[in-house]
Write a new protein. Structure first.
Length: 606
């Protein structure tokens, strides 16, 4: 009997991981493969592993930097199996890491599998829950916005808790209404506060890093600090900033808890040594970033990085003001959750509650503390942003780690509370309620998964923002132009061009270099393609600039307005053989191919 217990534990652990993994796959595995950021990082990996592939493209010749380990592994997989198979397998690997990490964390917190699945749906489906609630309110004839209705319900529930003094005694329904209403009142993307960060999505370096960080948190809650340090080190090798912020958060927490320090110097040195061994691939790129001098140009690379290319991640002044309510919402639910868990750990009313209260409260409190500490860089970024007009600090993503850890920590502790509250009323209800909400999410994900699987027969397609006309002209270029050809293309359209046409181009807004010299060159190339040396003059560090609304459409418009002389000048400057333009752009140049959306011009022959 005793010898079977570890085996049974391992089997149930693996089964839980597989169930969570399956749920995540339903939501993301076949969504926009080789779209979003994969259209950027996967061609780079292919080029790194196969130097003969599109050898003349400027962007693909960028050094690997911190992506060295990622490009080494996945670049060779792309060469062997292609982009689509690598995207699917790579995502499955990332989701396996996340599922493993969440299972480790959930067991330490005392969360049953249905509540872990409920946490997953909050992490990736919260926006959809809001849309379903809006549809339900409209069916009921309620014309007020969901945000207003949810805030009113949350306030009523809060006052019920306060004035009836029911927090330590019977907080079931009021707390459920309070927490769920506040979460529904938000307006952020699922799993993010304001900076548009994410843990679960496409295949890229941070997706692997966050999966490893979740596993590290699980090891930390189990007091397995050596394994924690190794996972954080490997996470840093894949993504320097995500791994480093995770490591600093863990170290500060252990120092605050008295588990590291002068009296634990051997433990600290052991953790540091294991971490450095795991992060070996990040050391050289990190030193290069810190020690490389800025190019002697009028524009600062950090300014371009923060305020022109990535303000939606890095510049708080560009974020819509109504987003900030999300920060208050998550803090309210997080603090209410830990207070309720504290009361529950003290008031154990029946034997069945013991495993959900006092036994797991220490891990719940540790996760709460870890979540708060992860926000230190976030608030430092907010304090420094008014004075960092060059982006020298903001370029290091101070909002990244806290932006995902606060929602995740809130969801997990809120789920712990709901489980504890509902189990007091009915053990069956405590399992049925989360499974009902998971069922709602699955009813959306399963048809989408099926449609996406069928759509792979036409890959690439609309999921990669590839129109039939775009695919047609890229394939024509691939089959009918010399391999060394360079094609002038719009910087704001057809991000997939190089991967699909397998021909070099000048630059894309989406495809952003990571070196200081590369950033300045990218900035200059986009100005060339806009035909305006002062194209970026309309932006400033304190503008509320949305690159998807204000910048990209302006780039596309400027490119479409290039004259024949400007097009010829660009072709001469970059030694291009072809100029790809929207169908409505008329140039006095020979046409070699055209369809409903695009026209391919070539150089004028005498």
């Amino acid at each position: 009997m005793i010898t079977d217990q570890p085996s049974r534990f391992q089997v149930t652990f693996i089964l839980e991981v597989l169930v969570i993994f399956t749920l995540i796959c339903l939501s993301h595995l076949l969504q926009q493969n080789l779209g979003q950021n994969e259209v950027d990082v996967l061609p780079l990996a292919r080029r790194f592993a196969d130097p003969a592939w599109v050898p003349t493209d400027w962007y693909l010749n960028q050094p690997p930097g911190y992506r060295l380990l990622f490009q080494t592994i996945f670049g060779h997989l792309i060469v062997r199996w292609g982009f689509l198979a690598t995207s699917i397998l790579g995502r499955a690997f990332c989701y396996g890491l996340v599922a493993t990490g969440l299972t480790l964390i959930g067991r330490r917190l005392g969360l049953k599998l249905p509540w872990l699945l409920f946490t997953i749906t909050l992490l990736v489906f919260l926006e959809d829950y809001r849309q379903l609630c809006v549809a339900l309110l409209s069916r009921l004839g309620i014309k007020y916005p969901l945000h207003d209705v949810a805030i009113v319900v949350a306030i009523l529930a809060f006052f019920y808790l306060i004035f009836h003094q029911r927090i330590p005694i019977n907080p079931k329904l009021p707390f459920v209404m309070f927490g769920l209403s506040l979460l529904l009142a938000g307006n952020n993307r699922s799993g993010s506060i304001v900076a548009n960060e994410w843990m679960i999505g496409g295949l890229e370096t941070k997706a692997i890093a966050y999966g490893l960080i979740l596993i590290a948190i699980g090891f930390m809650l189990s007091y397995r600090y050596g394994e924690m340090a190794l996972c954080l080190g490997i996470a840093t090798s894949f993504h320097i900033l995500a791994g480093l912020y995770g490591c600093l958060t863990a170290i500060i927490l252990l120092l605050a808890q008295g588990k590291l320090g002068l009296s634990h110097s051997k433990q600290f040195l052991r953790i540091l040594g294991i971490y450095l061994a795991g992060s070996v691939f990040a050391i050289q790129p990190g030193l290069d970033q810190l020690l490389t001098a800025n190019p002697a140009e009028e524009i600062s690379p950090s300014y371009v990085y923060v305020f022109l290319r990535l303000p939606h991640h890095l510049n708080p002044f560009s974020w819509p003001s109504y987003w900030w309510i999300n920060l208050s919402i998550y803090f309210a639910v997080l603090i209410a959750s830990i207070l309720m868990l504290r009361f529950n750990s003290i008031r154990v009313e029946s034997p069945i509650e013991i495993q959900y209260t006092a036994q797991h409260y220490e891990s719940q409190l540790t996760l709460f503390q870890f979540t708060l500490i992860s926000l230190i860089p976030f608030f430092m970024g907010l304090l420094i942003s008014p004075f960092d007009s060059e982006g020298k600090f903001l370029q290091y993503y101070p909002f990244r780690f806290g932006d995902v850890m606060l929602p995740l920590g809130t969801y997990l502790l809120f789920a712990c509370n709901l489980q504890t509250c509902l189990i007091r009323q009915s053990y069956g209800l405590s399992l049925i309620f989360p499974l009902f909400l998971v069922g709602i999410a699955s009813s959306v994900w399963i048809p989408d998964f099926y449609d996406s699987a069928l759509g792979l027969r036409q890959f690439p397609n609309y999921q990669q923002n590839v129109t039939p006309e775009g695919k047609e002209i890229c394939l024509w270029i691939k089959r009918n132009s010399p391999e060394e050809s360079l094609v002038i293309t719009s910087p704001a359209d057809q991000d997939y061009f190089t991967g699909l046409a397998e021909r070099a181009t000048v630059a894309k807004f989406k495809l952003f270099p990571q070196t200081k010299s590369g950033i300045v060159a990218w900035y200059q190339r986009l100005q060339d393609l806009s035909g305006d040396p002062n194209f970026w003059a309309f932006t400033s560090p304190y503008d509320q600039v949305n690159v998807f609304v204000d910048v990209i459409p302006q780039l596309q418009k400027a490119y479409q307005q290039l004259t024949t002389d400007e097009a010829i000048a660009l072709m001469n400057q970059y030694q291009a053989r072809y100029f790809l333009a929207p169908a409505e752009q008329k140039l006095n140049l020979p046409i070699v191919f055209q369809n409903r959306l695009y026209t391919l011009f070539t150089v004028q022959t005498s």
